[in-house]
Design a protein around this ligand. Structure first.
Ligand code: SIN
Length: 285
């Protein structure tokens, strides 16, 4: 197995591993070490059945329950389909606008996902050969370190309220999440959390879900949140993943946030399958 870092603050390719074959404990530990060191890792050219995908994710931990209720794989409830494709009746086959806003998977629940494993089947490609629909990842530990000292002390000890699909509803894109949003309650998390494995401090608010900073007035909260959600998007903190069919991309949700470049539309098709592995309750740093 070989680990090739992206050259930025995070992101790496892992070569020499076929995830459809049994993986011994030594290789598995090396994968997890690379995962914690680089936060986003890709295995290219994988040929995985649904069961291979489930088996590898289960090795990392307990798989999250399906929160959407209606976008899971017909034969594998633990796999969520993310796609812009419509079926013969014109209904979406999966979550249509996943990643329209920057977010951490399942940070609207008490236990945000520890890891997400996204496997690509179809990738949109423009007529000139440009690959579209990149996924962008911000390193939110580096983003915390890069904050001015006065902001670091302002956010220390504060808490946030997160709500499922908050920015989607606010911007008129929420209809697809109505069912899951009705079933879920707001959650409170620390604004600065400690990574459960590396101990690094992480900025934990996000554009998609964070409604407010609880200890501030509405105006103060809006201003500070506005600053923080833009701060994490700065190019120096961002790794851009250029997809290939057969990529299994795996990311650590605690020190990252992600969004999708929605620069494609039908007839250009994008189809992915995602499994998320349950994390722990975020602890204040
Ligand atoms: C997501 O998991 O939020 C979407 C990622 C992607 O579709 O690239």
């Amino acid at each position: 197995m070989e680990v090739i870092p992206s050259g930025g603050t995070h992101g790496a390719e892992i070569r020499g591993v076929d995830l459809s074959e049994p993986i011994d404990d030594v290789i598995f530990e090396a994968i997890m070490e690379a995962f914690h060191a680089h936060s986003v890792v890709v295995f290219r050219n994988q040929c995985l059945s649904e069961q291979d995908h489930v088996d590898f994710a289960s090795r990392i931990g307990e798989i999250d329950n399906d929160v959407y209720g209606h976008f899971s794989h017909p034969d594998h409830n633990e796999i969520i389909i993310l796609s812009n494709i419509l079926d013969d009746d014109g209904n979406p086959i999966g979550v249509q606008e996943a990643g329209l806003f920057w977010h951490t998977d399942l940070a609207y629940t008490q236990t945000p996902s520890r890891a997400s494993l996204l496997y690509s089947f179809e990738i949109p490609v423009a007529d000139d050969g440009t690959v579209l629909g990149d996924t962008l990842f911000s390193n939110t530990a580096a983003a915390f370190d890069g904050l001015p000292d006065n902001i670091k002390s302002r956010i220390q000890g504060k808490t946030i309220t997160n709500r499922h699909a908050y920015a989607y509803f606010k911007s008129g894109h929420g209809e697809q999440f109505k069912k899951s949003a009705d079933a879920l309650h707001d959650v409170i998390h620390p604004l600065v959390i400690k990574h459960p494995f590396t101990g690094r401090k992480i900025l934990f608010c996000n554009e998609a879900m964070t409604v407010c900073i609880n200890e501030l007035t509405e105006t103060e909260s809006e201003q500070l949140l506005g600053f923080l959600v833009e701060h994490v998007k700065k190019p120096e903190f961002v790794y851009r993943h250029k997809w290939q069919v057969g990529d299994l991309l795996m990311w650590d949700n605690f020190p990252t946030q992600h969004s999708v470049d929605h620069n494609f539309k039908l007839p250009l098709r994008r189809r992915m399958q995602r499994i998320t592995v349950r994390g722990s309750v975020p602890r204040s740093a």
